[in-house]
Design a protein around this ligand. Structure first.
Ligand SMILES: Cc1cc2nc3c(=O)[nH]c(=O)nc-3n(C[C@H](O)[C@H](O)[C@H](O)COP(=O)(O)OP(=O)(O)OC[C@H]3O[C@@H](n4cnc5c(N)ncnc54)[C@H](O)[C@@H]3O)c2cc1C
Length: 460
């Protein structure tokens, strides 16, 4: 391995190859602290050409690559194994905006730019890059693409898959696929960029992307509303869609157990509680007053338990902060068995009712901390309870998962709506995914990466 490391240091510069344990430590542990790896080293190439040569070197020396972005994956997708033989490759040095074509509503950025940096670059040109996640200050475009990230504005703008016009990818043999064109239409064969979106770094190293931009909204109306049940929440979702169409930008829910966790860790910040809280946002190109009035007018015809409509940008930020801090609050609240599930929005009430009843029967006293993007049918559905005798909660993880996923699949859902599979869920993918779909994905993997050097030990 010494020859290999010397060759890498000569290629990217010794300062950009981290080998000391103290330097590699931040890259070895996943965000939830569930997976601890031991890498051979961490490499930070400074250009696409360097990344391509690095991949060729890895192939020559049969060194496996674990691509890592901001390391915010919640399922261990970017964590190396414990063999001490895998090379973590991060794009942190590749973060330039290569081109911003405002007239084409497109931006070409390098994969190591954080999501926040891309949002800001778009804003400076009077445009919106609408992907929005609580981790946006740390996660990178390469990671967002590789997980097909979603977030709070999918309802209106779609996931990363819909937001991508083109990609630049270093293939596992070191060749560079340049498919960065900013086209909205192209019928010259298969759409190759889609192979790499959601692939969790198992098919290649993404080095740059051309992404869609949108007009910056000039008006926003944001409300926090309390309702009695999830049935009412879904009725509201459809009513708001009918009235406001795609001006409905976000529709998030926070259920009662989750509100209690917020109250425990951020006392006094929830203005009120209810069985379900809805965080609703509209946006358009008009003015705030008119949009607020339209929302208030619609609300006047409903019967919420309680509600508040933000009257200023500061109030709006405060409402969003409540939602954005939930993942961090849950981390402080102790371990939980996490699910990132989605069903058709019409099936959410049945899921909440039936799955909740099954869990309560199996685990009396269970806390079901449910929150998330109900407008997309996506719930973060996290289970915790105190086990008698202080037994580890995760001993029950397989049984809890089986209850949750059986209900989800019975309703036509998915076990990974936006966080991916990583190291956490491969066995569940095997159990629930159509075998033919898995076979086709593996055929692609074998064709592109026959030596299995791209992020091995994950799900492909
Ligand atoms: C507080 C919090 C809130 C979150 N909220 C959301 C949310 O609302 N919606 C959502 O979708 N996710 C959310 N996430 C999950 C996470 O932030 C996303 O999955 C994000 O897209 C991961 O980006 P990253 O740069 O951190 O990737 P990493 O965690 O570093 O990597 C994720 C995967 O991408 C691969 N990868 C990274 N860079 C590259 C590259 N250049 N080329 C090829 N493969 C690469 C890695 O190998 C790994 O498989 C949240 C996470 C946290 C901690």
């Amino acid at each position: 391995m010494r020859d290999f490391l010397q060759a890498v240091a000569a290629l990217i510069g010794p300062a950009h190859l981290l080998t000391d344990a103290a330097d590699t430590a931040p890259y070895t542990l996943d965000w939830r602290r569930r997976y601890q790896g031991l890498p051979l080293a961490v490499a930070l190439p400074g250009s696409t050409a360097e990344a391509a040569e690095l991949v060729k070197l890895c192939r020559r020396h049969q060194v496996a690559i674990v691509p890592q972005g901001g390391n915010t994956s919640t399922c261990g997708a970017a964590t190396p194994d414990a063999s001490g033989r895998q090379l973590v490759v991060t794009m942190r040095r590749l973060r330039a905006v290569r081109r911003l074509d405002a007239d084409n509503n497109a931006i070409t950025v390098e994969a190591g730019a954080t999501l926040r940096e891309v949002q800001l670059a778009a804003e400076q040109a009077g445009r919106l890059f609408p992907l929005s996640l609580a981790s946006e200050g740390s996660c990178q475009i390469g990671g967002n693409l590789s997980t097909n990230a979603g977030g709070v504005a999918v309802l209106r703008y779609g996931t990363m898959r819909e937001l991508t016009l083109g990609l630049e990818v270093v293939l596992p043999d070191g060749r560079v696929l340049d498919a960065l064109a900013g086209l909205r239409k192209d019928t010259t064969g298969l759409d190759l960029k889609q192979w790499f979106i959601g692939a969790e770094g198992q098919l290649g190293l993404i080095t740059a992307a051309t992404l869609k931009l949108f007009p910056l909204p000039s008006a926003r109306a944001t409300a926090l509303i309390g309702v009695d049940d999830i049935e009412t929440a879904i009725r509201w979702l459809n009513g708001l869609r009918q009235r406001f169409d795609n001006r409905l930008t976000a529709f998030e829910v926070i259920e009662a157990d989750c509100q209690q966790a917020i109250a425990r860790h951020r006392p006094g910040q929830l203005p009120f509680t209810a069985p379900w809280l809805l965080l609703i946002e509209l946006s358009d190109g008009g003015d705030d007053a008119a949009l607020n009035e339209a929302l208030l007018d619609w609300l006047a015809g409903q019967t919420p338990r309680d509600g508040v409509v933000a009257q200023s940008e500061a109030e709006r930020r405060k409402l969003w902060l409540l939602r954005e801090e939930i993942s961090e609050i849950q981390k402080q609240d102790g371990p939980s068995i996490k699910h990132d599930i989605a069903v058709p929005t019409s099936a959410l009430p049945q899921l909440v009712r039936d799955c909740g009843a099954a869990l309560r029967q199996a685990y009396p006293g269970v806390r079901i901390v449910a929150f998330g993007h109900a407008g997309d049918g996506n719930l973060h559905y996290n289970i915790s309870y105190t086990r008698p005798g202080n037994v580890d909660l995760f001993d029950d993880e397989p049984a809890v998962n089986a209850i949750v996923y059986d209900h989800v699949y019975r309703l036509g859902g998915t076990l990974a709506a936006e966080h991916g599979i990583g190291q956490l869920k491969p066995q569940w993918l095997e159990r629930y995914k159509d075998p033919l779909a898995l076979e086709l994905m593996r055929t692609l993997k074998a064709a592109l990466d026959p030596e299995r050097l791209m992020n091995p030990g994950k799900w492909l």
